[in-house]
Design a protein. Structure first.
Ligand SMILES: Cc1cc2nc3c(=O)[nH]c(=O)nc-3n(C[C@H](O)[C@H](O)[C@H](O)COP(=O)(O)O)c2cc1C
Length: 201
């Protein structure tokens, strides 16, 4: 299958949070005009487990002005290992941390059904409330790839396996494909080439 055409499917970029956990997703979809949305979460993601227990989540809409460090922290590390909110501004809404970092706003949801989808679960949820905070431009998945030069980790549904040389930043987890030049710096956290380890296999 020619997977690259799947890159032409358009998505937005979101941080989905529940209690003290959160991760980046691109799979938020409005199902219908009757206030239902779906999100797709990898079964190994800690946020999946927390949302199943809490039955609620908040999806914040990332804007083009949102700090890219939010994506490296929430998209490449696990809430099981670190406090992802530590270096960011956030509010707490009904026990859930919600980032306050140039987001467009957020959608508060209650889970009404979970559907098994192989490696992922699809959560169907009812919108409880919404808040629009800024008129910035929402970040699209294409913008993330083409302007921020970001990649997707293996747990993202849109992950595409690659045969190129792959290097991973040992500070933020950013993944670079192809050879590294001597003056290469991480586009996400700014460290130099010495922090990039070649990914084997
Ligand atoms: C651009 C991007 C899109 C992603 N989309 C999803 C997604 O839709 N569903 C998902 O389960 N993980 C997705 N991920 C991966 C999770 O954000 C990542 O596995 C995270 O480390 C999980 O953290 P947690 O263990 O704290 O839940 C995406 C990551 C990136 C960078």
């Amino acid at each position: 299958m020619m997977k690259n055409i799947l890159r032409d499917i358009t998505y937005g970029m979101y941080v989905v949070t529940s209690k003290n956990s959160g991760c980046i997703i691109n799979t938020l979809t409005q199902v219908s005009s009757n206030n239902l949305v779906t999100i797709s979460l990898n079964k190994d993601n800690y946020t999946n487990k927390v949302i199943k227990e809490n039955k609620k989540f908040i999806a914040s809409i990332i804007s083009e002005k949102t700090n890219p460090n939010i994506i490296s922290t929430f998209g490449f590390r696990s809430s099981k290992d670190i406090d992802k909110f530590e270096n960011f501004d956030y509010n707490i809404i009904d026990g859930t941390k919600v980032l306050n970092e140039n987001m467009i706003g957020y959608i508060e949801c209650e889970v009404i059904n979970v559907i098994d989808a192989d490696t992922h679960d699809i959560f169907i949820a009812k919108i409880l409330s919404t808040k629009k905070e800024n008129d910035y431009t929402p970040m699209t998945y294409t913008y993330y790839h083409e302007v921020i030069k970001g990649t997707s980790p293996i747990k993202a549904p849109t992950y595409i396996e690659d045969t190129e040389e792959v290097y991973v930043c040992d500070v933020c987890g950013y993944v670079h494909k192809g050879p590294l030049s001597d003056d290469f710096v991480c586009p996400i956290c700014g460290v130099d080439k010495s922090h990039f380890k070649k990914k084997e296999g």
